[in-house]
Write a protein that binds this ligand. Structure first.
Ligand SMILES: [Zn+2]
Length: 80
């Protein structure tokens, strides 16, 4: 099932909880992994390749820019 909102369960709970349960839908493990890289500079740990153009990207870009270099990530955002 593809559901961008991830709010499909417990929808009868009052709205008060809905934002919290949305935040928790990202797994703790996943967040821990990402927290390691959010503090890194965008040009630090250039151990990955952009999934679009194969340019070297950093661990930060891998986790926070959909595994794309700045150029491709930027282009993707503009396409919306
Ligand atoms: Zn790229």
């Amino acid at each position: 099932m593809v559901n961008m909102n991830e709010e499909q369960d417990d929808s009868e709970d009052d709205e008060f909880w809905s934002e919290d349960s949305f935040a928790e839908s990202v797994s703790v493990e996943e967040m821990k992994e990402k927290e390691k890289t959010i503090h890194k500079k965008h040009d630090e740990d250039m151990n990955f390749n952009c999934r679009k153009c194969d340019k070297k990207i950093s661990a930060h870009n891998k986790d926070w820019h959909s595994m794309m270099c700045d150029d491709c990530f930027d282009a993707m955002l503009k396409q919306r």
